[in-house]
Design a protein around this ligand. Structure first.
Ligand code: ATP
Length: 418
């Protein structure tokens, strides 16, 4: 029989990482003869969940168990280590562990999709766990049970892999020693089987986190072989404690809902929506670029915030009347934060100029409401109107996306879109 284990909310901004704790637990289980089946799963949940530490990730894995004794032993090992390794002193860390023995039913998959696309309460998770007969274990407030259960039930229709290399504890918080040249070389050799390795037109490496967590680097790709192969090409000048490969829902767009009407959009949800650009994009203090998108039901401000860097140059070129398909989520400020856009149709943009006189010279204004006059031949045109001239658009239809450094974990990069 399969026994599923879900773990979430063990870390804090000051350190640790649920992936690392899970890897330690998986090693301990192995010591007792329990080998996990397949890869452990790193499941990303709603990016707007209020209590997330960073990337709102939950962990799950499954084992074959044969007896009640096996189940008790596994539970004991998992719970002992979650308690030992979690950042329980941090007020915001509220670990939750879920054990589940049945099939991954449609109902369980829908629960997971709900946690990926909506906001739910601890009580909702607890009631659902009771309904399906899952055992929950709450440390402190136990908020982690929300994600732990979602981690178990997440559908794996589309998936990617991430290899995480962990540092030795003595190095936590210290500057990471990764040979950047080797990362550029690895990217050249493995892209697009691996992706989001480098950023800023190959100026920065994107595999390195900037937090005091145990991760030295993470390589994302299409298969376990691809990420392992890439890992073997990366050179580092510090010890690696261990390496683990996770199956994930990262970069699948699983968080996005197709929605008919802008008027039905809600805060803290992520959408795919077609609409028309209503206002010219404006750049605000801090470098954020915002325009209004509308449809027949309403309108929504769409934002390319400063961290989206060069993507903002594309957004600035949009004009009223352009038809778009926008992918993104509505945050605290009520703007739809753009992850990518598909420009479906470009509107015609015009400039106006004074008319040309019969003599060939461009005319001048004769004053407000007085038409035009020619300074060369003296001709006056009282009823004259300005010429409308179409401007060539410096933009093409098609997809545009934010750079890897600004990419949400769940957002599907264009290289993965067939
Ligand atoms: P890290 O990525 O560093 O592991 P994190 O960003 O995943 O950390 P957690 O410490 O796991 O953050 O905290 C997220 C908390 O939010 C968890 O308790 C999780 O159960 C809960 N949570 C996740 N998704 C939702 C949701 N859709 N609605 C309500 N709560 C959620």
């Amino acid at each position: 029989m399969y026994m599923y284990i879900g773990i979430d909310d063990t870390d804090s901004k000051d350190g640790m990482c649920t992936t690392y704790i899970s890897s330690v637990i998986i090693d301990k289980l192995k010591d007792f003869g329990f080998n996990i089946v397949g890869y452990p799963r790193l499941i990303r949940l709603n990016p707007f969940a209020r209590y997330k530490t960073r990337g709102n990730g939950a962990l799950s894995f499954k084992l074959n168990v044969e007896s009640e004794d096996d189940i008790q032993k596994v539970k004991e090992i998992v719970l002992k280590n979650v308690e030992k390794l979690s950042q329980l002193d941090d007020e915001r860390t509220n670990p939750g562990v879920v054990f589940y023995y049945g099939e991954i039913t449609d109902e369980l998959k829908s629960y997971s999709l709900k946690v990926i696309r909506n906001i739910i309460t601890i009580d909702d998770a607890q009631k659902f766990a009771a309904k399906i007969g899952a055992d929950i274990f709450k440390f402190k407030k136990g908020r982690g049970i929300i994600g732990a259960l979602a981690g178990i039930g997440c559908p794996n229709t589309d998936k990617t892999y991430e290899l995480l290399a962990y540092r030795i504890p003595e190095n936590y918080g210290k500057k990471r020693k990764i040979n950047h040249e080797s990362v550029f070389e690895m990217n050249k050799n493995t892209y697009p089987q691996t992706f989001d390795n480098v950023d800023g037109d190959n100026k920065y490496i994107a595999i390195e986190p900037h937090t005091p967590c145990p991760i030295l680097y993470g390589i994302r790709g299409e298969s376990p072989e691809a990420v392992l192969n890439a890992h073997n090409m990366v050179k580092v000048c510090e010890p690696i404690e261990k390496v683990a490969v996770f199956e994930t829902n990262q970069h699948t767009d699983m968080h996005l809902l197709k929605i008919e009407k802008i008027a039905d959009m809600e805060k803290f949800k992520c959408y795919i929506k077609e609409g028309t650009v209503k206002t010219p994009p404006q750049t605000y203090e801090g470098g954020h670029v915002i325009f209004i998108l509308n449809d027949s039901s309403g309108e929504i401000p769409c934002a390319a915030y400063e961290p989206t860097k060069e993507f903002r140059d594309i957004v600035r070129k949009l004009a009223p009347g352009d038809k778009l398909r926008v992918y993104g989520g509505i945050g605290e400020k009520g703007t739809l934060n753009i992850e990518k856009i598909e420009i479906l149709e470009l509107s015609k943009v015009y400039k106006t100029q004074n008319p040309i006189c019969e003599c060939g010279k461009r005319m001048k204004s004769a004053g407000s409401g007085k038409g035009f006059k020619c300074i060369k031949c003296g001709l006056k045109l009282r009823e004259g109107i300005k010429d409308k001239i179409e401007i060539e658009r410096d933009l093409k239809t098609g997809f545009y996306e934010v750079p890897p450094s600004a990419r949400r974990h769940l957002s599907k990069p264009l290289v993965r879109i067939e």
